[in-house]
Ligand binder design. Sequence first.
Ligand code: TGC
Ligand code: FAD
Length: 394
Amino acid sequence: MTTTPLGFIDFDSLLDDEERMLRDAVADFGTRELAPHIGDWFENATLPAKELAPKLGDLGVLGMHLEGYGCAGTSAVAYGLACMEIEAIDSGLRSFVSVQGSLAMFAIHHWGSEEQKENYLPKMAAGEYIGCFGLTEPDAGSDPANMRTRAVRDGDEWILNGTKMWITNSPIADVAVVWAKTDDRGDGKPGYAGFILDKGDAGFTAPEIHRKLSLRASVTGEIVLDDCRLPDSRRLPGVSSLRGPLTCLNEARYGIIWGALGAARNALETAIEYTSTRQVFDRPLSSFQLTQAKLADMTVELDKSVLLALQIGRLKDAGKLSPHQVSVGKLNSTRVALEITRECRTLLGASGITLEYSPLRHANNLESVLTYEGTAEMHQLIIGKELTGEQAFR
Ligand code: TGC
Ligand code: FAD
C-alpha cells in the first residue's frame, strides 16, 4: 500500500494533537489486546467482558466524552475516533463501549440525580460495573412508544412488569437502565420513565439469546421484569416522556457513525493487502483494472463518509448537532460500510469466507449495526420528516 485509504484526504491533518494521540492509544490497545483474540471470540460467540471492562476503563473509553464522575471528558471527535479504532477490530467490541458509555452511563449522567451519578458512574467508567440499556421489546422495536412494559406507582415504590428483547450486555450487566410506560403524564399523552436496576433485584432476570449469526463477540439477552419492586430513588428523575431514551440514542448513534467506518477501513486495508500478494492468471490480483476500480470506488466512498463523520463530530463539539443530522451520518456510515465490507469479501474469493480474514465477519456484524439504533428505514423517515415536515412513521 503506497497511500492508505484515509491518506488520500490527508485525514490526520484535520485532527489536533490530542485527537491523534487518543486515537493512536486506542488503536495500539486494539492491536495488542483485542485483535489477536477476536476470531476466537466471534467463532465461540463469547466475550470475556469482565476481564475486558477494567482494561477499557483504564484506557479511558468508557463514558469517554462525559464530564466528571471519573469520566475522561474528551471531545466528541476524540470519542468518535476511539469508536472507529475499536470497531476496526469488531462491531461487537464497539457495541460494548457504546452501550456502557453512550447509553447506560449517558442516561444516568443526563437524566439521573446527583446521588445516582455518584453511586454508579465512577464504577462504570472504571469498568467495575457493566451496564445495559433496555428499550426494545419483542413487539416494539422501531416503535418504542408502543412498549408494553409498565411501571405502576405504589406509595414510595414502583412495580415493574414487562419484557425487553435484544439487549446488549443484559445477561452480564451489574446495572440495567430500563424504560417503562407510566400513567398519563397529565396532558393526555402517555408518560415514560427510566429506572436503574441492580443485578440481583427481586423480579429481574436477564436470559441470554443464543445462535446469533451477527455480533457474535457480544453478549445479547432479554430483560424480564416480574413484579420487580423498586424505590422511587431508582427512577431517573429527569424523564417524563420518550425524550428520555431517545436523547440517549442520539449519543450511541453518533458513535456508530464513526465505528462502522472503522470496520469498513479495516476490510479495505485487508483487501488491498490480500490482492497485492494473491496471484491470478500469473499476476498479482491488484494489477487488474477491475480490482483497482473496486478499490478506488471503495476508497472514495470511505473518504467521503469519514469527512461527513468529522463534520458531524465538529457540530457536536460546537453544541450544534441535531438528531436528524445524526440520522444522516448513521444511515450513510452503516450503508457504506456494509457495501464496502461485502465488496472486499469478493476480492478475497473463497479465503474471504473464513475467519482468517475480517471482511465477512465485519459484514455479518454490520447487518446488526444497520438494524440497531434505528433501522436504515427509520433514519430515512427521520430525514424525510425534516425535509418535508410530514411524519410518515405511522
Ligand atoms: P415522537 O412523537 O417524534 O417524539 C416523542 C418524544 O421524544 C422527543 N424526540 C427526541 N428527543 C431526543 N432525541 C431524538 N432523536 C428525539 N426524537 C423525538 C420528541 O420531542 C418527543 O418529546 P416530548 O417530550 O415532546 O414528548 O416519537 P415517535 O414515537 O413518533 O418516534 C419517532 C421515532 C420512530 C424516530 C423513534 O421512535 C425512533 O427513533 N425509533 C427507533 C428506535 C431505536 O432506535 N431503538 C434503539 C434501541 S437501543 C439499541 O438499539 C442499542 S444497540 C447497541 C449499540 O448501540 O451498540
Ligand atoms: P422492527 O421494528 O420489527 O422492524 C422490522 C422491519 O420493518 C425493519 O426493516 C424496519 O425498518 C421496518 N419498519 C418498521 N417500521 C416501519 C415503518 N413505519 N415504515 C417502513 N418500514 C418500517 N435494543 C435495546 O433497547 N438495547 C440494546 O442494547 C440493543 N442491542 C441490540 C443488539 C443487537 C445485536 C440487535 C440486533 C438489536 C439490538 N437492539 C437493542 C434492538 C434494536 O434496537 C432493534 O432491533 C431495532 O430498533 C429494530 O427493531 P425490531 O428488531 O423490532 O424491528
